[in-house]
Design a protein around this ligand. Sequence first.
Ligand code: DMJ
Length: 450
Amino acid sequence: MKFYLILYLNTFIFSHSLSSQTISDKQKSELAEIVKQEFLHSWNAYKTYAWEHDELKPLSQSFRDWYSESLLITPVDALDAFYLMGLNEEADSIKEFIINNLSFDKDFFVKNFEITIRILGGLLSSYQISNDKRLLKLAEDLGNRLLPVFNSQTGMPYMFINLKSGEVKGEISNPAEIGTLLIEFGALSKLTGNPVYYDKAKKAITELFNRRSPIGLVGTTVNVETGEWIDSTSHISGRIDSYYEYLLKSALLFDDKDCKKMWDKSIEVVNRYLAHNTETGLWYCQTNMLTGERISTNFGALDAFFPAVLALSIDLTKAEQLQESCYKMWTTFGIEPEEIDYTTMEATSPVYHLRPEVIESAYYLYFFTKDERYVEMGKTFLESLIKYCKVDAGYTALENVVTKEKRDEMESFFLAETLKYLYLLFAPANTLDFSKVIFNTEAHPIKKIW
Ligand code: DMJ
């Protein structure tokens, strides 16, 4: 089956890649259908080997829970993808399962950021799609349990919270975990009519922005009690990435003028101090947040979200250039490493976690440019995924993109994001309009209905 799929894709790519001829809607639908089948292949493996648990372990055909009890992370994260793919019957039965079995009355600490983007975001988008008020009730219960996380002296959230007692811990946090809450908390406010969630998350992101350096950059880690920076390295990679994404997206989703101003100021200095034109293309580097001096030249799978953000801000020139670099990072190894040094194109971290960002960026660029090149990129991504990551029980991460050694892991974002964006890239009828819908950082589409 795997062999025939790759053969089909190879024939498809050969007959289309040498010319700029348009790929017909029929051909795109066929590709979308392949992605849908791969989505079901992964979901069925989860159902067989990991049902009721947080995540599938595809090699050992077992499961992993994040905490002492499951929070149904994979089903909640994946639910809206079923609806978007038109798999409504399965979606409705997963929805019922979630409503009957998910409880947040748990006496353990969870990571606020992950639970917000995967579970709160997932519940809210599925609520907007299905109109089932019970999902909103669950989201509201979760939102209320998470609120004490903002009770620091600065208003910036702690990293961890006990869902039952409201106790908090983890005062050393980072811009991504502090600034990637406003879409979910803000939408919860709009949908329940209670402003408290919006206000807390907005204060958090604003307090962070206010602590930018004199040249306008933020660092990697900060103490949420004192407001002092611990690690002053600035970049767009993991631990900062989605802070920038949420400044722009919150401005668009809520018409929030403050977020727009913060985004405008931020992108100007990000491009001034971090963008790096080299012989291997345009990249974004690491600098000292105080001086703007370059520290290192690493770029990775997480950074590949940035072409999408640039495209959404309508800087298509930079978005397209950077996407070409990201594509080179993928094709150099046949699949994407976690991180490279872009001056040598060598992998500094060779893992592939089944991450979605480069596919997400191809989807955004295709939406804004209609250039078939991004569909071609999508076919390459799909082919590599099938070739190197597909196993009997779902899809698996890679320990090493050079040797293609596998790693026993299928994170919930593989269904929630990676396959969703790939499907949307190929499915013209399902292309969402970014003036009406904003995806949270976990690919949960939030409709702008206010
Ligand atoms: C996801 O949980 C989200 O996209 C997050 O913003 C970054 N990491 C993963 C995917 O790589």
